[in-house]
Design a protein around this ligand. Structure first.
Ligand SMILES: [Zn+2]
Length: 387
């Protein structure tokens, strides 16, 4: 499975200037080519020419900017890919609030620091020395240091592919390298499932009664929100930039937390030979009753990211994941199956009105998810045997 490892470059001032300039030239070229492609588009379908036709039209001039033939080709490809993405999004209605016609009404545009693809011919790695050598606008730059974790270095060493992007963000330069990690062989038959209940206050609770709380995160978020309000009041350019940085830091922090939770759940499943059962997202949206402050939290909290993290880590570890219907998981008694809203005495407390079974509401929900996971697995295996 393909993944991306991002490393931060630590060039000296002179190399940094050359790299920033290289990105600027590449993206200026991309904008020029995007405009040409747009001018020559099929007026009926809105589609641009095929890549080789466009390359014939723009290549000589692109090469003449000094970025070299490989980079020039990557720039043309990048423009074509960008149009393809816009068409695909327009088709699937992903550009919400923007009609497809409007999305296709002007050329695609690239920021000066936007990601630029490189390959092994124009960028080479020395993983032992932790340096890269890059074919830049003014020739080759050698021995540019990069920073990355031991784990990432190990992954790069074992699974790096040729493709990578150079990009600039908040004044720093980064390389995003594609790695292709082999999937573990799937667990033949899980002995059981771990049910996972996701929530707003407890980010995740498992049927093993392990709780991943959002408390520390809440404090962090409140602190960030206060700082944000102060910055928003200022309205200066510098304040706006800091605001953006803060939002990025916040989402990185959230991603890191989700990553840790997913890792803990997947390794528990792997260790014990179990699969993982998750509720479907639609169900969560419908089920979780939110206070007004929580609604804000959900919309800007990458709450849904957790499922994705679990899914890819599980895939890597060969742990099966089943997604189950989430309806009534928080109101149904796992013992007598009596379901009624009143079973849930409060946000935290479950007490069955039928048989009296009582416990923490999140754990009860996770146990219900586990039961549905077992059933879904049995059904899917049965149908596979029948087929
Ligand atoms: Zn009951």
């Amino acid at each position: 499975m393909k993944q991306v490892v991002v490393v931060k470059l630590v060039p000296d001032a002179a190399s940094r200037a050359v790299l920033v300039e290289t990105l600027r030239v590449c993206n200026a070229e991309a904008n020029r080519i995007a405009a040409i492609a747009f001018a020559h588009r099929d007026t009926e379908t809105g589609r641009i020419e095929r890549e080789y036709a466009l390359r014939g039209r723009v290549y000589a001039e692109a090469k003449a900017t000094g970025i070299g033939s490989q980079l020039a080709q990557h720039v043309v490809k990048k423009v074509c890919d960008a149009y393809r993405t816009v068409y695909a999004q327009a088709r699937s209605g992903l550009l919400r609030g923007r009609r497809p016609a409007k999305a296709l009404a002007k050329p695609v545009a690239f920021r000066a620091g936007a990601a630029q693809p490189f390959d092994d011919r124009c960028l080479s790695w020395d993983l032992e020395a932790r340096t890269v050598s890059i074919r830049a606008a003014e020739g080759r730059l050698r021995g540019i240091g990069f920073a990355c974790s031991k784990q990432d270095l190990k992954v790069l060493r074992a699974h790096r592919q040729g493709e990578l992007d150079l990009f600039e963000r908040d004044g720093e330069l980064y390389l995003a390298a594609t790695v292709d990690i082999p999937e573990a062989e799937a667990m033949p038959d899980p002995v059981d499932f771990i049910g996972v209940d996701r929530g707003v206050v407890n980010l995740a609770t498992t049927s093993d009664e392990v709780n991943f709380q959002g408390k520390g995160l809440e404090r962090y978020r409140r602190r960030m929100a206060r700082a944000r309000a102060e910055l928003q009041a200022k309205q200066t350019k510098a304040a706006k930039r800091r605001l953006k940085q803060r939002a990025r830091r916040e989402s990185r922090h959230a991603a890191h937390t989700n990553h840790k939770i997913a890792k803990a759940i997947v390794s528990a499943a792997e260790r014990t030979g179990r699969g993982i059962a998750l509720e479907d997202l639609e169900g969560i949206r419908e089920r979780v009753r939110l206070t007004r402050s929580q609604r804000g939290r959900i919309s800007n909290w990458p709450f849904y990211q957790l499922a994705q993290h679990i899914a890819y880590k599980a895939k890597r570890a060969g742990v099966p994941v089943v997604v189950v219907d989430a309806r009534h998981t928080s109101q149904m008694c796992p013992l007598c199956h009596h379901a009624e809203r009143a079973n849930r005495r409060s946000r935290d407390r479950f007490e069955c009105r039928g048989c009296g079974l009582a416990g923490p509401a999140d754990v009860i929900a996770a146990v219900n998810v586990r039961a549905r996971g077992r059933m879904a697995w049995a059904v899917s295996q049965g149908s596979r045997v029948a087929a």
